[in-house]
Design a protein around this ligand. Structure first.
Ligand SMILES: Nc1ncnc2c1ncn2[C@@H]1O[C@H](COP(=O)(O)OP(=O)(O)OP(=O)(O)O)[C@@H](O)[C@H]1O
Ligand SMILES: [Mg+2]
Length: 284
């Protein structure tokens, strides 16, 4: 007769909110000097997972690349860029870094790029980021793309969502454990059941649906605005209030929109001012 296996009691330890607060003091934030900072408390935070979702061409990848350049170039930290959509071009990194007056070689050397061929590759990414590099930012551009390509048809949906859920769970745990900020970008699909009166960010849903929501700390919807402007809107966050910021895509990556043109009266005034400026000053 087999003996009944003795089950060891699980020992769990509670931490006080005070201790957690002390631990939080050590968490660093990396300002990026872009309009995104104003949505997420002043910069990207170690251990936080932020999702940018929106239609094609809305600017998700441009945001990701600009944030990569800033963390690599200004903060001189290692950035890991997982390019699921195969759109990464180092020339764009050089352009952004150059126009922001950053050290180009340092920026390029701090950005590590990987193109996962399959969703299995993507799920293996976390195990292949060398801890000795002390990553500060992990970007996954096109998070759901490998899953969408491989799992086609409704009958595969449950399996796809299962793998995605597991990967996001691991991603969140890894981000907290290694104190790495994570940015994921994601495409959208039109919700057929949404009424046209709903705001766009609720009619266009991120691929992966609710599976993603639990693992993500802040969700930012990106859309095209008027005259080439783009809008980034913080839709949902565990710590920041809803807010939106306009931006434009330029040779500096992303930056705030241009100041509105002065009206004619002001133009005349400034033209007169210039005319009145002594010649020697104007020559300088
Ligand atoms: N150097 C640049 N200067 C100005 N605009 C640029 C520059 N490079 C790219 N763009 C603009 O960025 C836009 C594409 O943005 P981005 O690639 O970030 O879109 P996305 O949201 O990632 O789209 P997708 O879902 O297809 O991946 C295009 O409208 C393009 O004109
Ligand atoms: Mg993109």
């Amino acid at each position: 007769m087999s003996k009944k296996k003795k089950v060891e009691p699980t020992i769990l330890t509670f931490k006080t909110a005070y201790d957690l607060m002390q631990e939080r003091q050590e968490i660093k934030r990396y300002p990026t000097g872009t309009p995104i900072d104003e949505l997420i408390g002043g910069g990207i935070e170690e251990g936080e997972v932020v999702e940018f979702y929106g239609e094609y061409g809305s600017g998700k990848t441009q945001i990701a690349k600009t944030l990569a350049v800033m963390v690599a170039g200004i903060h001189n930290q290692h950035v890991f860029f997982v390019d699921c959509e195969e759109t990464f071009k180092p020339e764009r990194i050089v352009q952004i870094a150059k126009n922001r007056g950053l050290d180009i070689d340092q920026t390029l050397k701090n950005i590590h790029v990987l193109i996962p061929v399959t969703s299995t590759d993507l799920m293996a990414v976390l195990d292949n980021i060398p801890p000795e590099k002390q990553p500060k930012l992990l970007i996954i551009d096109g998070l759901t793309t490998p899953f969408r390509v491989e799992y086609i048809g409704r009958e595969t949906l449950t399996e796809r969502q299962g793998y995605l859920r597991k990967f996001l769970y691991d991603l969140k745990k890894w981000a907290k454990k290694t104190r790495t900020a994570v940015i994921v970008t994601n495409q959208v699909y039109a919700d057929p059941s949404a009424t046209p009166f709903l705001a766009l960010e609720y009619r266009e849903l991120a691929v992966g649906g609710h599976t993603l929501y639990h693992a993500i700390d802040s969700r930012i919807f990106v859309r095209k605005g008027q005259g080439g402007t783009r809008i980034a809107k913080l839709v949902d966050s565990s710590c920041y209030p809803p807010a939106e910021r306009p931006f434009r895509i330029t040779d500096k990556g992303i930056e705030p929109p241009q100041e509105p043109k002065k009206d004619k009266k002001e133009d005349v005034a400034s033209a007169t001012e210039q005319h009145d400026t002594p010649t020697e000053n104007r020559m300088n």
